[in-house]
Design a protein around this ligand. Sequence first.
Ligand code: BMP
Length: 360
Amino acid sequence: MSDRHPTLLQPYSERAKTATHPLSRYLFRLMDLKASNLCLSADVTTARELLALADRVGPSIVVLKTHYDLISGWDYNPQTGTGVKLAALARKHGFLIFEDRKFVDIGKTVQMQYTAGTARIIEWAHITNANIDAGKDMVRAMAEAAANWKARIHYEVKTSVSVGTPVAGQFDDGEEQNNGGSDRDSDGRKGSIVSITTVTQSFEPADSPRLAKTNEHGDELVFPGIEEPPMDRGLLLLAQMSSKGCLMTKDYTQACVEAAREHKDFVMGYVAQEALNSAPDDNFIHMTPGCKLPPPGEEENGHVEGDGLGQQYNTPAKLITLLGTDIVIVGRGIIQAADPPTEAERYRRKAWKAYLARLS
Ligand code: BMP
């Protein structure tokens, strides 16, 4: 770990000013505003539980991590489904959604998996991640897909059927017009058209405030103190894992660092077990799973047992103060508690304290 890198001693509010990625700048500001560097890994099994948990724990977190493919009853409707409902909760409580999809494949395939298919992840997840074992071109492919998506969402959803005589300006230049050829007359109308039927269909992103307002009561609520996140999408590179015997080598991790530097406009940072910023102008964000606190009342920096299936745990103090991560990702530590919101607050306080300790 690069223990003397300047970002380790910089407040998140300062890092918000120099981060390259618009979503990282936003996230650092959100962390500062909510005094939270906690991500909930919402690994529950039904959509109903997921939405209820997001609503209850939302006030304590800045990121909610999903595995959409372990949720039964996930509603794929792009306008009213689970992704849209999560996005509304994200706006209400002020958190970003991170789909822990761990993309790994050839570029063309990941582009399609990211933007299309059943889940249309790009539409509701601000952040996703990739294992770059397949090579760095995959990152470029995902960056391109995200840029194309962002360019497309400037068009809004509009499915309309109109019958009548269109006025000038109704068609964009170059748009196909089934008018049999016509000239505009002096008042701008297309003189030779008696009647025309136009079907226009475009779309709107799942996290558009306007779309969500048509959804359910309360979905129009927006977290105070900060604007809504930018429409940019961000990628985290899976640079190291928390699991025992993980096969990711130092060379692989270093390749992630290089890929991140090459795609600063799309890569926000890493899922890693330690801080990886080492070049003078690195300001990537680090999120770290494999985090658990000993039960309340026990030595807070004591050893925490793994789960018997390869998962290994460290405390927020070790991960943030010593190893320099920015956001801890906690799943079962919170979900399996008797009262998840209270436990999430305990994790938030400890993780924030660990960050303040690092600064001092
Ligand atoms: P838990 O806190 O319950 O162990 O959950 C950890 C979560 O983080 C899981 O969703 C897992 O898929 C994810 N994760 C991990 O545990 N280690 C990694 O290295 C990368 C992960 O995404």
